[in-house]
Write a protein that binds this ligand. Structure first.
Ligand code: FAD
Length: 486
């Protein structure tokens, strides 16, 4: 790598934010180098996040594609379906077993193929790729300790920090990635734990809990807050929690972990009500700590060049992604905003568009969020609680999948579509979907909300029959008028 040549753009970090920024910059004609310490591109998302977590979903027989983020979710879902649902559809097996090493191998193959695919895209777009740990020596120079053991200095007129995030541990808990694991360890367990305790009821904890629950673990989720997934619409969240409970996931809300003892065979957790009170002991074979993620800037030398961060360590940027140091930019999980791969990608594109003198655009209020359990929960825009807090007069339109012909036909009809629209103008304010494939269905709503559509706009668009998408049309009808099928 000709790391010492002057670049127009240098990107530190090859995750979804960084690699997308690098490719886009090169496509815009800018000379670009991307520095990545991991030795593989794709960042948290591809290596230890979105993609491998989806592998258990593979068990849905009728889904051909293994979504990168969802390899484990897909595989475990297929197993669960084969074991518990297929007979109901008249498909019988004499026995169904889990081959965990094969499942993990499939996940690893998906990840390797995808990371290599990004290397291919770098070559195609002529992005220079330096494998090593980057550290600022000045606002336009990055010293890189390369993976091969050398050192090179990469210079650039513009430097984009895309170093992402890392697992947040809890005080008093040491993650050993064997019995006390982060999401990274939970993606690579060598045995199915009999009892799995998940600390934290955010989307990562629930997804990983679902994976192992489907494969046979008894899963208990301990959460300090009174609710699971705090960002979710309250009504949808209640239904979602009931659904997970039906799947035998147990919840201990308003509960804090005050002690962890892993000196014996398993792990003993000492729990206490969040408001204080009597302590109880919960035993587990494996404990997953999934209490959030924290921006990763260790060893980057931000203090050396004077880049400002907030109290949580996030790099502060303006609307053009520039930090307080001219020529130094930051994108993705390392800056404030939703910590999601697609948000990081949007940041990356917009940031280099600004650098290239064009106009970039990302609206964090319109970034969709998806929980890849089964059913999935997807949303865009505001929750009912947020709309109320704003004092906006609104209408709600709902439609249950129990009344949707496609969902009934495949006997997978748990969930609903909920649309919130402005009472006066009918402009869509928020859409929340719980259903199989909600993560795909939501994009019609994402498009609508980005174009300031009204619920009537969705209702008057012809939707193919029989599809799950018809539930969105019916919920839109219910928002300002009446639905047909309920
Ligand atoms: P990262 O992906 O963290 O990439 C940063 C990269 O920078 C890393 O590869 C790191 O090695 C490198 N780096 C850091 N410091 C240096 C340095 N000094 N020098 C060189 N390289 C450096 N998001 C979704 O949208 N959908 C999902 O389904 C989803 N599922 C997830 C499941 C799990 C289990 C986890 C943990 C996360 C999940 N996420 C998901 C979140 C998603 O992974 C992140 O939002 C996304 O990866 C952020 O992208 P990024 O480019 O900002 O940072």
């Amino acid at each position: 790598a000709s790391g010492s040549d002057d670049n127009d753009v240098v990107v530190i970090g090859g995750g979804p934010g960084g690699y997308v920024a690098a490719i886009k910059a090169a496509q815009l004609g800018l000379k670009t180098t991307c520095i990545e310490k991991r030795g593989a591109l794709g960042g948290t998302c591809l290596n230890v996040g979105c993609i491998p977590s989806k592998f258990s979903e593979f068990l849905t027989l009728f889904k051909k594609t293994v979504s990168a983020a969802k390899a484990l979710l897909h595989s475990s879902h297929m197993y669960h379906e084969a074991k518990h649902s297929f007979a109901h559809h008249g498909v019988k097996f004499s026995s169904v077993d889990v081959d965990l090493p094969a499942m993990m191998a499939q996940k690893d193959k998906a990840v390797t193929n995808l990371t290599r695919g990004i290397e291919g895209l770098f070559k195609k777009n002529k992005v220079n790729y330096v494998k090593g740990y980057g550290k600022f020596i000045s606002p336009s120079e990055v010293s890189v300790d390369t993976i091969e053991g050398g050192n090179t200095v990469v210079k650039g007129k513009n430097i984009i920090v895309a170093t992402g995030s890392d697992v947040k541990s809890l005080p008093g808990i040491t993650i050993d990635e064997k019995r006390i694991v982060s999401s990274t360890g939970a993606l690579a367990l060598s045995e199915i734990p009999k009892k799995l305790v998940v600390i934290g009821a955010g989307y990562i904890g629930l997804e990983m809990g679902s994976v192992w629950g489907r494969l046979g673990s008894e899963v208990t989720v301990v959460e300090f807050a009174p609710d699971i997934v705090p960002t979710m619409d309250g009504e949808v969240r209640k239904q979602f929690q009931r659904t997970l409970e039906k799947q035998k996931m147990k919840f201990m809300l308003k509960t804090k972990v005050v002690g962890v003892d892993s000196s014996g065979n398993g792990v003993k957790l000492t729990l206490e009500p969040a408001a204080g009170g009597e302590q109880t002991i919960l035993e587990a074979d494996v404990v997953l700590v999934s209490a959030g993620r924290t921006p990763f800037t260790a060893g980057l030398g931000l203090d050396k060049i004077g880049v400002e961060t907030d109290k949580g360590g996030r790099i502060l940027v303006n609307e053009r992604f520039v930090t307080n140091v001219p020529g130094v930019y930051a994108i993705g999980d390392v800056i404030p905003g939703p910590m999601l791969a697609h948000k990081a990608e949007e940041d990356g594109v917009a940031c280099v568009e600004f650098i290239a003198g064009k106009h970039g655009h990302v609206d964090y209020d319109k970034v969709p969020g998806v929980v890849y359990t089964h059913p999935e929960v997807a949303s865009v825009g505001k929750t009912e609680e947020q709309v109320k807090a704003l004092g906006v007069e609104y209408r709600v339109g709902k439609f249950p999948f129990l009344a949707n012909s496609r969902a009934k036909a495949i006997d997978d009809a748990e969930g609903l579509v909920k649309i919130l629209a402005d009472k006066e103008t009918d402009k869509i304010l928020g859409v929340h979907i719980m259903s199989p494939n909600a993560g795909e269905l939501i994009h019609e709503a994402v498009l609508a909300i980005n174009y300031d559509a009204s619920s009537e706009d969705i209702a008057r668009v012809c939707h193919a029959h029989p599809t799950m998408s018809e539930a969105l049309k019916e919920a839109a009808m219910a928002t300002y008028d009446k639905p047909i099928h309920i």
